[in-house]
Design a protein around this ligand. Structure first.
Ligand code: CTP
Length: 214
């Protein structure tokens, strides 16, 4: 018997999920699906999952393709489950291409073509507004913040403020931000939340101004 395993959040269950599970099942005889807990999603930066774990499990079950459902709540669990269940194939959508190649030492790894034009993120936008972030400063800490914040769902880094406009421009180009400015009032108009990455002695003033600008 050929065992197949896949993992996901399956939030706001959609056609992309359905098609993934259908093709996963067709790869073998027995399909195991790992559904993530809220805590684990939070840990990996998915902060705005809408459906509860029970609802997500129900939706996966309802497809009729799944033989066994397990709960994923920690890093490293994929290897554990593959070994425990004697899995032959690990599969996941092509948005993860290459990311799970390390599992090839335990079983086959197959990336299935992702269904175009649909995702939980797109559906979630009906429930939540994306928080528009701005960063004050474009130095060492801001340079670490910008790539990391991409992993946090529900937010988008839109722009940067620096009284040195050249520095702001370079930073905005590097991280492909929508805007850069050396005018604080313009900066606060375009964002909902601010990350202050300026020298310490300027924090108090920037915090005060951020609060006064809502
Ligand atoms: N999937 C897919 N096609 C889509 C969306 C998801 O094949 N359009 C696959 C993913 O590649 C993954 C599984 O469905 O193997 C579960 O994905 P999940 O991350 O729960 O869904 P997404 O819609 O990608 O969620 P998000 O937008 O939160 O990243």
């Amino acid at each position: 018997m050929k065992k197949v395993i896949t993992f996901g959040s399956f939030d706001l269950f959609h056609d992309g999920h359905y098609r993934l599970l259908k093709r996963a099942k067709a790869l073998g005889d027995y399909l195991i699906v790992g559904v993530t807990t809220e805590k684990y999603d939070e840990y990996r930066g998915k902060l705005n999952v809408v459906d509860s774990l029970m609802e997500r499990i129900e939706n996966v079950k309802r497809t009729g393709f799944v033989d066994e459902i397990i709960i994923e709540d920690h890093e490293g669990q994929k290897v554990e489950e593959i070994q425990k269940h004697g899995v032959d194939i690990f599969t996941v959508g092509s948005d993860w291409k290459g990311k799970f190649d390390y599992l090839k030492q335990y079983c086959d790894v197959i990336y299935l073509e992702r269904t175009k034009g649909i995702s939980s993120t797109m559906k979630r936008q009906k429930y939540y507004n994306i928080v528009r972030l701005g960063v004050i400063g474009s130095g060492r800490i801001a340079n670490r913040f910008a790539p990391e914040v991409k992993f946090v769902s529900g937010t988008n880094l839109e722009g940067v403020y620096n009284p040195n406009i050249d520095s702001a421009r370079k930073f905005a180009q590097l991280f492909e931000l929508k805007f850069f400015t050396d005018k604080l009032e313009c900066f606060f108009e375009k964002i909902d939340a601010v990350y202050i990455a300026s020298p310490h002695n300027t924090h108090y003033e920037y915090i005060k101004q951020a609060l006064q600008n809502g």
